[in-house]
Structures are given as structure tokens and as C-alpha cells.
Write a protein that binds this ligand. Structure first.
Ligand SMILES: [Zn+2]
Length: 371
């Protein structure tokens, strides 16, 4: 699976690939070339993940772990890949490799179904960002998605160089004329930005221009684009694609954190007023079982062992007997992961929240309720 085909539907399809016979091994590996220069720098982490899976689960995961390790050690093209997600269950004929343009958190899970929470987080963040850079004679427009360049276009308007040659023009005249040219250039830049918006679409716009033209540039933008301005950056118009991409990714992270903060604030208010929200693993699992969850909020990296009933799908922190149907439940490594899968299966909105202390105080998991 490539990023292009990594949609919510594809993740949901992967999430339901359960196996009753042997566990599915899910392994996430950070292979970010900015931090791991040589393959052996990330292979050290791969080996330690493999060891911990074997220690915890024994021979039943051996073949799948070996297949994953073998695939990674055969070499990864890291020109566009910063994170890997691998899912293996030979017994169920499952083998899925996802190469991601963003880093992931190292993790290995062996469970009855693929552990898709980190993939979900990546797709969650999957919004398109337009970047409009301009100076007085150049304008460039880029569209990025998941750290990858989707589209770029350029406008160049040569400024008159020999203004003094125009002897019959007085100075004011020349100044008016070049102001008019500059205005015309910015209008062209705005038109290009809007036509890119119409053809490519993007959720947020980032503007970079010298201070003396930035306000005017924003003034001439189409109102659809004005409404989408997420940030102003000081990146020169002739910056490399890599520099522009880094700046766009930084804004993207800020936008995502702000969105998460707004949701956590809603959750905190709902929990505080005792109306419309619950927090903490116990209460969230109960709300999921009752199908009352509209939005599930989970701290990135939160894991907790628990129980799942295969008969009625009940989820619980404590076992072993199902409180609903009295069947013996199955112990799971990570009931938080089960909760996320359950939420996705119920078409809840699932937000994986990164580094939000308010959610951590609330118990690292919470739910906004439908009723
Ligand atoms: Zn049950």
C-alpha cells in the first residue's frame, strides 16, 4: 500500500483483517533519514523490537517477525519514506507494507488484528497545504500532501530595469508606474493561487512574502483563499523544494495541534459539566460498547492491557468473564488499540492526540458522546 492509496477506507479494511489462529504482527519503524543516516542506525531499533515481540509472544510470532525483519534489512528506498508500517500473519495470508513520508513511533504489537492506530493518525493529518511565495517579480505556488509535493507553478513578471531612460516621465509617474506593475504582478500571483486551488484543492494556505508586499498580496487573494490562510512564513521565493516542504510540515503540525487542543477543550468541558463526554479507559470502553461515541480522543502512545469478548465484542479493563454475556473473554496486549478499531468500525471520528497534557490529565483517553 502506498500513501496514495492509504485512505480511511483502506485502513478500516485492514483493521478488520482479524485472525483467530495466529496473531497478526504489526511493526512500526522510524527510518527518517534526517536522524538515521545509515541503515544500521535504524536496524538496531528493528532488532530490539523483534526481540521484544519474541520475548512476549514466543514461537507463534517467529515466522512473521522474521519476514518483517528480512524485508526491512533487504533495503528501504528512503528518498520518500520516513516511516514504515508492516503487518504480517502468514497463517491468515496477510502481508501489508506501508511506506510513509512521515516518521512513526517505533512499536511492535501482536494481536488478533492489525494495529492500525498510527496509520490512522497519519491519515488524520492528511490535509493539503498550499504554499504561496512571492517577491516583487516572482511568485511560486506549491501544494503539499503528507510532506510530498503534489503540484507547483510559477509566475515571473520582469520589472522595468531602466526607469531613468524614460526621460519624458517625471519621477512620480515612474513610481506610479512601478507600483502599478507590482500590483499587477501580485494580482497575477493571486490568480495563479486560485486556479491551483480550483484544480488541486487544498485545505490551508501558507503565505510567504516580504513585509512590504505581504498585506497587498493577501488583500488581492480570492476570499476562499483568504479564509484558508493558516500561517505566514519567512521563506524566500527562491528557496529549495526541501526547505519549503519543511516549512509546510511545521505549519501542518501546528494546525493539527490546534485542532486537537480544541477537541480536548470540548472534552474537558463536557466531562466537567457531566454532559456529553466521558474520560478514562473504563468509561470510554463502556461508552463504546453502548455505541454512544461520536469522537474518540486518544493520547499517542497510550497502551494498556485489557480484555475482549469474542462473543459479543465487549471490551473491558478487567476480566476474565464477560459482564454482558458471561463468556470467558480473551486477554489483549493493548485494549486501547481494540477501542480505536471498535471506534473506526462504528464510524466514530478518531483523533490520535500528540503531546496534550490536558488529555493526559483526563486519563489519556476520552470520548465525546452522541447522546
Ligand atoms: Zn460478551
Amino acid at each position: 500500500m502506498t500513501v496514495a492509496t492509504l485512505t480511511k477506507d483502506a485502513i478500516r479494511a485492514l483493521a478488520v483483517r482479524a485472525s483467530q489462529d495466529a496473531p497478526v504482527v504489526s511493526l512500526y519503524l522510524d527510518v527518517d533519514g534526517r536522524r538515521f543516516l545509515r541503515p544500521r542506525d535504524y536496524e538496531v531499533h528493528l532488532d530490539s523490537l523483534a526481540r521484544s515481540a519474541l520475548d512476549r509472544h514466543g514461537p507463534v510470532v517467529e515466522a512473521d517477525v522474521a519476514r518483517i525483519v528480512g524485508h526491512v534489512k533487504a533495503g528501504i528506498d528512503r528518498s520518500r519514506t520516513r516511516g514504515l508500517a508492516l503487518f504480517s500473519c502468514e497463517a491468515a495470508g496477510l502481508w501489508e507494507i506501508v511506506e510513509l513520508p512521515v516518521p512513526v513511533r517505533n512499536q511492535v504489537v501482536a494481536n488478533s488484528s492489525p494495529s492500525i492506530r498510527q496509520l490512522e493518525a497519519v491519515v488524520d493529518n492528511n490535509e493539503r497545504f498550499g504554499v504561496l511565495l512571492a517577491d516583487k517579480q516572482r511568485a511560486r505556488m506549491f501544494v503539499f500532501e503528507l510532506g510530498q509535493l503534489v503540484d507547483k507553478s510559477e509566475v515571473f513578471d520582469q520589472l522595468p530595469r531602466h526607469e531613468d531612460d524614460r526621460g519624458d516621465w517625471n519621477k512620480d509617474h515612474v513610481r506610479d508606474h512601478s507600483a502599478e506593475l507590482a500590483h499587477h504582478h501580485l494580482k497575477r500571483a493571486a490568480q495563479v493561487a486560485f486556479s491551483v486551488f480550483q484544480s488541486q484543492g487544498f485545505d490551508h494556505l501558507i503565505v510567504g512574502a516580504p513585509e512590504e508586499i505581504c498585506n497587498e498580496l493577501e488583500r488581492v487573494l480570492h476570499s476562499y483563499l483568504k479564509d484558508r490562510i493558516a500561517a505566514r512564513i519567512s521563506v524566500p521565493v527562491n528557496a529549495t523544494d526541501a526547505v519549503i516542504c519543511e516549512a509546510a510540515l511545521a505549519v501542518e503540525a501546528e494546525v493539527e495541534r490546534a485542532k486537537e487542543m480544541a477537541l480536548v477543550t470540548r472534552l474537558r468541558d463536557a466531562v466537567g459539566s457531566g454532559n456529553g463526554g466521558v474520560a478514562g479507559l473504563d468509561k470510554v470502553l463502556a461508552a463504546l460498547v453502548e455505541r454512544r461515541v461520536e469522537t474518540l480522543l486518544v493520547s499517542d502512545g497510550y497502551e494498556s492491557p485489557g480484555w475482549r469478548c469474542h462473543a459479543c465484542r465487549h471490551l473491558a479493563v478487567l476480566g476474565p468473564s464477560c459482564p454482558v454475556c458471561a463468556t470467558p473473554m480473551h486477554q489483549v496486549d493493548d485494549v486501547v488499540e481494540e477501542a480505536v478499531e471498535e471506534g473506526l468500525g462504528q464510524s466514530c471520528r478518531v483523533e490520535v492526540v500528540v503531546g496534550n497534557a490536558d488529555l493526559d490529565v483526563l486519563g489519556r483517553i476520552g470520548a465525546l458522546l452522541r447522546f
